[in-house]
Ligand binder design. Sequence first.
Ligand code: ATP
Ligand code: MG
Length: 235
Amino acid sequence: MVEFRKVSKKYANGTLALNKIDLHINKGEFAFVVGPSGSGKSTLVKLVLKEENPTEGEVYVNGYDISSLKRREVPYLRRSIGIVFQDFRLLPNKTVYENVEFAMQITESLPKEIRRQVPMSLGLVGLSKKADAYPNQLSGGEQQRVALARALVNNPSLLIADEPTGNLDPETSWEIMKLMTEINYRGTTVIVATHEKSIVNSMKKRVIAIDKGQIIRDEEKGQYENEVKNSQIYS
Ligand SMILES: Nc1ncnc2c1ncn2[C@@H]1O[C@H](COP(=O)(O)OP(=O)(O)OP(=O)(O)O)[C@@H](O)[C@H]1O
Ligand SMILES: [Mg+2]
């Protein structure tokens, strides 16, 4: 589903954000990508979405070889991935329903399918009653649930979230994580980049830990341990 082979990413200013990463995430998995600020989590997410290209190595996502993907083929890749960000990124002038609907309009779905899928997706995140509200009338958690509904409305095989709970209080963060677990149980592969230790540690999922652009640990039912901080304390 997602494979990195000896992937490095050096930005134009010379920053080496990822350094020879090897990674394999199978269909149906739930994986956290953890690490301190600046370790390369968002860069990894951007490579999966082909928002950035690797400087070295190969990235495969949903059967697409990212490096050789033509510009006109990128929409097909993005259509197969649902994306959620820390800052929700909803359109303020559209209602909840319209925000989710919009994700289907840009993929040129049939009206009949839109009328079926949008209510289903809003139901899945428990927001059917808020369909006519505007984003600024919603709490942060509700806004993130709209973003989740929008990410799922095209039935993606992969859901990728970059700090999805970064702007939410602990209780609301839990709700969002529970929803993502449910989505995973329904068959969607889920990748969550985060530095929320308490959530990662109590969820007992695969944990891929990166530091300074390298994978330093990759464990099933892993823990988010802060080796870097500890080594600084004891050195
Ligand atoms: N567009 C860019 N140009 C140059 N350097 C960049 C760019 N984007 C990120 N970087 C650098 O690459 C490194 C990794 O950044 P990245 O955003 O992937 O980290 P992160 O793990 O997501 O951090 P955070 O937890 O703060 O979101 C950092 O040193 C960052 O400053
Ligand atoms: Mg980041």
